[in-house]
Unconditional design. Structure first.
Length: 333
């Protein structure tokens, strides 16, 4: 793939990228050039597709980021992978760090070279789509205890479950334990009929959904029956020692100080823990401090414990979610 700077009578910089494989170039552009349109809209540039080249017109920073995104996506196609809308968004985001400053040139390409930042499961391969997600996945591989803090939609729980499934399939752990505090989010649900599992399943459903993305439904059911996957309220962890397991505590902002300390001291030999939560979405009764907020203060800097703090820029759901989070942050500030 060649890069040529074109002279122009205009003050707007123009850059041309040449792609040797026309078939891959078609996939890069997407149906009705939707991928190019996405990049144009996100970066404020104009992309002109002619023959086996794409010309980029725009300010220097926008053109450079668009070029890096196109190179990243083309490299992905060369590896035999597909390019979906989320991958385009990820390539655009990876042109900037979490604080909005440009990353080193070529940092995006590293994300698609495979290896440890590709999380392999039975149903799909998961890759980080923002710089912060990349740091988070690295910490999940490198540390025994990791905190993922930040707003909804940033992939905190999803990536942790993906790493847990990958570790289980590769034999690094013997079981997966997923827990949540059974706290109602501002509603009174009243008496729930059924046995214990039926009572707590509504609270645990997001964890079932994540597992279903990575493992076939029948395998999930079989592993749950064999207790090699456990999905339970946080209260069920009391008195246990969790050895050779990947343990995830989700929605940890709703754990009390005592519950958090109880959970953290369950770690046994050969285990790894991930704790995720959004300190801005605490549903505990007024006056009850969040164990997550306290733990983040007490444990920051402790060897072997990783902290990743996500921002609205890391939201990988609908773009409207990021705008909503920013609006609330601005209002609260």
């Amino acid at each position: 793939m060649a890069t040529t700077a074109l002279p122009s009578a205009h003050t707007v910089p123009e850059l041309t990228l040449e792609f040797p494989n026309n078939r891959l170039l078609i996939d890069l552009c997407g149906e009705f050039d939707r991928n190019l349109t996405h990049i144009e809209s996100a970066l404020g540039v104009q992309l002109l597709h002619t023959g086996n080249s794409i010309a980029i017109v725009g300010d220097a920073e926008g053109a450079d980021r668009a070029a890096e995104a196109l190179r990243t996506l083309y490299a992905r196609l060369e590896q035999g992978k597909e390019v979906e809308p989320g991958d385009v968004d990820g390539a655009i985001r990876l042109g900037r760090s979490g604080d909005g400053t440009p990353t080193q040139k070529g940092d995006q390409l590293e994300m698609f070279k495979g290896g440890r930042l590709e999380i392999h499961t039975r149903k799909k391969t998961v890759e980080p789509r923002t710089v912060t997600q990349k740091q988070y996945v690295e910490q999940l591989f490198d540390n025994e205890l990791v905190f993922g803090l930040g707003p909804a939609g940033t992939g905190k729980t999803y990536l942790a479950v993906a790493v847990a499934v990958s570790a289980f399939l590769e034999g690094h752990v013997d079981k997966i334990i997923l827990a949540r505090p059974a706290v109602e989010a501002g509603e009174r649900l009243g008496f729930l009929p059924g046995n214990m599992k039926e009572k707590v399943d509504p609270y645990m459903q997001p964890l079932y959904d994540a597992l279903g993305d990575f493992l076939p439904g029948k395998q999930v059911a079989k592993l749950i029956e064999e207790k090699r996957i456990e999905i339970a309220p946080l209260a069920f962890m009391r008195g246990r020692t969790l050895s050779h397991a990947f343990v995830l505590l989700d929605e940890a902002q709703n754990a009390t100080t005592m519950q958090m300390k109880m959970f953290l001291t369950r770690m046994g030999e050969g285990s790894q823990m991930a704790i995720t939560g959004d300190p801005s979405q605490i549903d505990l009764p007024r006056g009850v401090p969040s164990g997550l907020v306290e733990a983040a203060k007490v444990l920051d800097g402790v060897k072997g414990i990783g902290f990743t703090r996500f921002k609205a820029e890391d939201v990988v759901r609908h773009p409207m979610v990021a705008r909503i989070i920013r609006a609330y942050d601005k209002h609260n500030a």
